[in-house]
Design a protein around this ligand. Structure first.
Ligand SMILES: Nc1nc2c(ncn2[C@@H]2O[C@H](COP(=O)(O)OP(=O)(O)OP(=O)(O)O)[C@@H](O)[C@H]2O)c(=O)[nH]1
Length: 360
């Protein structure tokens, strides 16, 4: 690798094609713009510097999308591959609301993982939108990872997804997740059952929890990626906006130990992030000092749910705050002042306006 500073090209720059890149190694490229002066000098705003790293022979890069019914182990598998916690996990279904991406960086390849909510039979408008989101993503990736848990019988939910995947015209690698939870015989039987579900490019059993076969799966997925330089800066594990990651940390803490129906009725919104070191505007919180100020709303559907979130004398909300603040501080590597509020927005799951406000 060259010692030259590495700034990753933007999408536009990448679209400029291979001629913008110099095989000899890192080099600056100036992009011609229409706003060029008569003397040939470019206005500062029109100058684009591209410093390109050497791309090893045979490097591959592309996208993989994990699908599977709720609780199939998609987030845990994403985390196991990326090696750092990026997606929310919990014992309850449908906790992943966003396409959280993790990037697996290796010397020979870059695998961008798109973690999705589970495809399922929709009951609400939110459910339908989540399914649409998954299908949009499927059409756009190089390889699809179909997750079926080892410890649950193949059921109608899996068949529903398998039928959808048959139409996707993308290679599908079937993964039997949670392989550690069953005997070898049961695992073999599940592999056969999954094999009968469709026409898969490969079938791989993994245990994300124990890290078993995760590298084998990576190799198989990378085999389906096209030759390409890295698509993302190689140091990054996720391109999710900071706010989404913060919202997911709060959501995870808020779901801990509450009734089963609550996950579907809880949305988390980051209302404001103010950095007193750099921001001149925004509502500063008294007593927060130099800490990053993060305001977050927990949005529930009913007052009874609000009461659960807040807890006796505010005890539960306090606990949520303490746990999620620690997570956010680790994520951002600086002290944080977290300001949590609980709001009720009736039937937000079926109200288009409320959904739009919440970012769905
Ligand atoms: N024993 C075992 N448990 C696992 C493994 N992978 C996931 N789990 C557990 O299965 C549950 C669901 O895992 P998630 O990764 O949240 O599942 P998901 O498919 O992302 O779920 P949704 O977000 O609801 O779609 C969690 O309690 C995980 O700890 C595994 O390899 N072994």
């Amino acid at each position: 690798m060259s010692d030259a500073p590495f700034r990753f090209p933007s999408d536009d720059e990448l679209m400029a094609g291979p001629n913008a890149f110099d095989d000899e190694g890192a080099e600056s490229v100036e992009d011609e713009h229409e706003g060029q002066d008569d003397d040939g000098a470019l206005p500062a705003s029109a100058r684009v510097e591209i410093t390109v790293p050497e791309v090893p022979e045979g490097h591959r890069a592309g996208f993989a999308c994990l699908v599977g019914r709720p609780n199939a182990g998609k987030s845990t598998l994403t985390n196991a591959m990326v090696g750092q916690k990026v997606a929310i996990t919990s014992g309850r279904p449908q906790t992943t609301r966003h396409n959280v991406r993790g990037v697996v960086n290796r010397a020979d390849a870059q695998l961008v993982l798109v973690d999705t909510p589970g495809l399922h039979r929709p009951r609400t408008l939110l459910g339908k939108r989540l399914n649409d989101l998954v299908r949009e993503t499927l059409a756009d990736v190089d390889v699809i990872v179909f997750c079926v848990p080892a410890d649950e019988k193949v059921g109608p939910g899996d068949r529903f997804i398998a039928r959808d995947l048959a139409d996707s015209r993308r290679p599908v690698v079937a993964v039997v997740t949670k392989a550690d939870t069953v005997s070898r015989e049961a695992l073999a039987a599940q592999l056969l059952a999954v094999n009968d579900l469709g026409d898969w490019a490969d079938i791989v059993p993994v245990s994300a929890l124990r890290g078993e076969q995760v590298d084998v799966l990576e190799d198989v997925l990378i085999g389906h990626l096209p030759p390409s330089p890295p698509l993302y800066p190689t140091g990054e594990v996720t391109d999710e906006p900071q706010a989404v990651m913060i919202a997911e940390l709060v959501r995870e803490a808020a779901l801990e130990g509450v009734r089963d129906e609550l996950p579907h009725s809880l949305a988390v919104v980051v209302d404001e992030i103010v950095d007193p070191r750099t921001d001149r505007t925004g509502s500063f919180i008294k007593g927060a000092g130099g800490r990053l100020q993060v305001r977050v709303s927990l949005v529930v559907e009913r007052d009874s749910q609000k009461a659960i979130m807040i807890g006796k004398g505010g005890s539960r909300l306090k606990e949520i705050g303490v746990i999620s603040r620690k997570g956010i501080e680790t994520l951002l590597d600086r002290p944080v002042y977290l300001d949590l509020h609980v709001r009720t927005s009736r039937d937000w799951q079926s109200d288009p306006k409320a959904l739009a406000r919440l970012g769905f």
